[in-house]
Design a protein around this ligand. Structure first.
Ligand code: ADP
Ligand code: ZN
Ligand code: ZN
Length: 737
């Protein structure tokens, strides 16, 4: 009897199973390669997980693979193992997990080798052209001048993007005038000849660097706990330099909005290897090219956000996770993985060290350092001559703030203006005012689709919901009682910007939030203006707080920090502390001392005692003790089943059904120690017109939790009730909303 080979294929469909196909005799196939397979009436691109000789189905019912897309695996075997583990751990369909890990063109079946990147070259006509003639087309003019100055008169798309977000249109116009040509070839990597500033590491930087370098040969996780401005980036650079010198590759993960041109430039300047960048602002082709450069080994350094964790690396040498506590490492929909946790698994399998850096490590990571799983390295002081900023509280019960800004804060900003220094005013709320309120009847503007208030946006004069995007004009009179007694309550960044403008009419004020930086490239431009000293006062949300090095900022004002103190989310205090330390860390990073002024209604809250002392450690210890007492993570493990529906009772009804199923499963399996809470409405029950509910599952140990989840979810999936609502599972949820 002849044995027919069978391929087990993961297909991007929302099903928790793989599918088997016959391999026609003339096709050579390896695990990790893509294939086209018939699926219902369609043909889908899947990835081969395994090759074997038997199948659960009888061979005669199996269909053959339609087409083999890769001779070599696009996903190397150990990375494939990590993905299989992740699908298991997060209880997400493997086909979708694998699709997430591939660049979009590869998911669609494009050849694994991308088209060469385009290069823009000056023609002879362009060289001779008088660029003054382009004075009415500023972008074209700047591109032309940049091309003249560039080595070999060539520029890459990435270099052009620095000029303007609308560079592509301008470049096409230049091509139309025959001043440039487009070629399909990579620009040879720019060799930055400007010497890096000679930095002598201080003793703790040296100790940290050599500890990491001494264990480059295999897996080890390090927690690099360094206060803001302590020179963590300098440690990363030395480690990466060493990895490159030994022929390895480095993966550097950063939070979503921290991937700034300054950071990229710092790596390009210092590291003697091709540095590729991966983030959501790139075109599909650019991402594919960067992925290709990394997976062929041509790139030495991959610098990217969350999803860069899936990049294949033939010679992995180290992974750095900067600001490891940042919540943007957790994907909040679809495949809800945590990039930090995933890379730890991957590193163990592939045998390279991981450096988790932060000034305010997550409590999970601190617990892992305490129990010896991670090795702890400390940078306790700021690098160079910089000192940590002084933190002061401004008691809002005693200082009037009609404009949102208290008198002492205004005085402090005035002082900075007189000294030619910059101030940064932080509040985590965009828009003008968060509440439109009627003095007569106490009506307030509410989103019709969400359990949320509408925010007033003054510039476009409308009310907008920050949860679903709903927009509506501002009523002149109260819609409920008809009186002209509407009032804007509270502050958003726009109102603070306005108040600052009224107090300091001569100052240049720059607002940075998602509304102000919606246009592509705008955030980068604003950051550049700050660095060049063009702005006196910066107002912004957390977009301003992360990772930036603004040497001339000596004052940070925090407008309203109190929401985090009394929140229902058990992690709110941790996140608030991290956020304030981060934003405070923007003050006094160079040789000038910094001050942080925090406006609060609750100056006596015990939380502030540790904050004033920069005692994150003390705060973390106390909070960890509380969590242990309450059986909260990291001392127990959570999974959250979420459901939503257009019908008010359907979501919660489904969760009650799910809970009954869970109890049957645990009884059948005789598992102990997995607790299913009562289903409850989500903290914001209605959102974008849908009713949401959730069911929390907790367990002291992971193995029984995962065993139960596996059978339970399969059962739910098979039940006809499960198709009536939208539901999903979130393992290790970072927020319970
Ligand atoms: P972190 O990443 O910990 O916030 P950075 O690495 O950005 O800190 O360093 C903060 C500043 O201190 C940078 O301007 C950096 O060039 C400088 N710096 C780092 N290490 C040293 C050192 N050993 N001596 C002097 N300056 C340093
Ligand atoms: Zn009214
Ligand atoms: Zn809404």
């Amino acid at each position: 009897m002849t044995v027919t080979p069978i391929a087990r294929v993961a297909v991007p469909v929302p099903r928790r199973q793989t599918f088997d196909f016959l391999i026609p005799a003339h096709l050579a196939l390896q695990p990790g390669a893509r294939v086209r397979v018939p699926f219902g009436a369609r043909c889908l691109v899947g990835v081969v997980i395994a090759i074997g000789a038997d199948s659960a189905l009888t061979i005669t019912r199996l269909k053959p693979v339609a087409e083999v897309l890769d001779l070599q695996p696009v996903i190397p075997s150990k990375l494939l193992d990590t993905l299989v583990w992740a699908a298991d751990y997060y209880h997400h369909p493997l086909g979708e997990v694998i699709a997430t890990a591939l660049p979009i063109p590869l998911r669609q079946g494009s050849p694994v080798k991308p088209r060469q990147p385009q290069t823009y070259c000056l023609t002879d006509a362009g060289l001779a052209f008088d660029s003054a003639a382009l004075d009415r087309a500023a972008v074209q003019q700047r591109l032309l001048e940049l091309l003249r100055a560039a080595p070999a008169q060539r520029l890459s798309a990435e270099q052009c993007r620095q000029v303007s977000p609308s560079w592509r249109r301008a470049m096409m116009a230049l091509a139309g005038k025959h001043l440039i040509t487009v070629q399909e070839a990579p620009v040879p990597p720019a060799v930055d000849t400007s010497p890096a500033p000679p930095i002598t590491l201080n003793a703790s930087q040296r100790a940290a660097t050599s500890a990491i370098i001494d264990s480059l040969d295999g897996y080890q996780a390090f927690l690099l706990h360094g206060v803001t401005g302590s020179g963590k980036t300098e440690v990363y650079l030395r480690v990466v330099e060493t990895v490159i010198a030994r022929g390895g590759q480095a993966l550097v993960l950063v939070p979503e909005i921290a991937l700034t041109p300054q950071l990229i430039a710092r790596f390009r300047q210092r590291i003697d290897a091709v540095v590729v960048v991966l983030h959501s602002g790139l075109s599909l082709a650019e991402r594919h090219q960067a992925w290709w450069a990394a997976s062929t080994g041509a790139a030495g350094v991959v610098l990217g956000t969350r999803s860069a964790v899936f990049t294949p690396l033939p010679r992995p040498g180290v992974c750095i996770v900067d600001e490891e506590h940042d919540t943007s490492y957790k994907q909040q929909d679809g495949f809800r993985y945590h990039a930090r946790d995933l890379v730890l698994y991957r590193a163990k399998l592939e045998g390279f060290p991981v450096v988790l850096g932060s000034a305010t490590p997550s409590l999970e990571t601190l617990a892992n350092a305490a129990n010896g799983r991670h090795r702890r390295l400390e940078l306790p002081v700021r690098a160079g001559s910089a000192k940590l900023p002084r933190i002061h509280l401004l008691d809002l019960r005693r200082t009037p703030t009609d404009t949102g800004l208290s008198t002492p804060l205004i005085a402090a900003i005035r002082q900075r203006l007189e000294r030619g220094e910059q101030s940064l005013v932080f509040l985590n709320r965009r828009g003008y005012a968060p509440v439109l309120f009627c003095r007569q009847c106490h009506w307030h503007a509410q989103c019709p689709r969400c359990d949320a208030k509408l925010t007033y946006h003054k510039r476009r004069n409308h009310l907008r919901c920050h949860h679903c995007g709903h927009e509506t004009p501002v009523p002149v009179d109260c819609p409920q009682c008809g009186h002209a007694s509407l009032l804007n309550l509270g502050e958003g960044t726009q109102r603070i910007e306005e108040s600052l403008g009224a107090s300091f009419p001569c100052a240049t004020i720059l607002r940075i939030d998602r509304d102000a930086t919606r246009r592509k490239g705008h955030l980068e431009e604003s950051l550049q203006r700050i660095h060049e000293g063009e702005a006196d006062i910066l107002v912004g949300t957390q977009l301003l707080a992360k990772g930036h090095d603004f040497p001339n900022v000596t004052l940070v004002g925090v407008i309203n920090s109190d929401q985090g103190l009394y929140s229902v989310d058990f992690r709110a205090a941790e996140h608030l502390f991290q956020q304030i330390i981060q934003v405070a860390g923007r003050a006094g990073r160079a040789d000038k001392a910094g001050d942080v002024l925090i406006q609060t209604w609750y100056p006596a809250h015990p939380y502030f005692a540790s904050l004033l002392a920069h005692d994150y450690e003390g705060f973390a210890e106390a909070t960890l003790a509380e969590r242990q007492e309450a059986h909260y993570p990291p001392y127990s493990h959570f999974a959250l089943l979420r459901a939503e529906s257009n019908h008010e009772q359907a979501a919660i009804g489904f969760l009650h059904f799910a809970r009954d199923q869970a109890l049957q499963v645990t009884q059948q399996m005789r598992t102990k120690g997995v607790v299913f809470m009562d289903p409850v409405p989500a903290p914001m029950e209605k959102r974008a017109g849908r009713y949401r509910a959730q069911l929390l599952v907790s367990a002291a140990h992971r193995p029984p939790l995962h065993r139960v989840l596996t059978s339970w979810l399969l059962r739910l999936e098979k039940s006809p009730r499960s198709s009536k609502v939208r539901w999903s599972i979130d393992v290790d949820p970072v927020d319970l909303y």
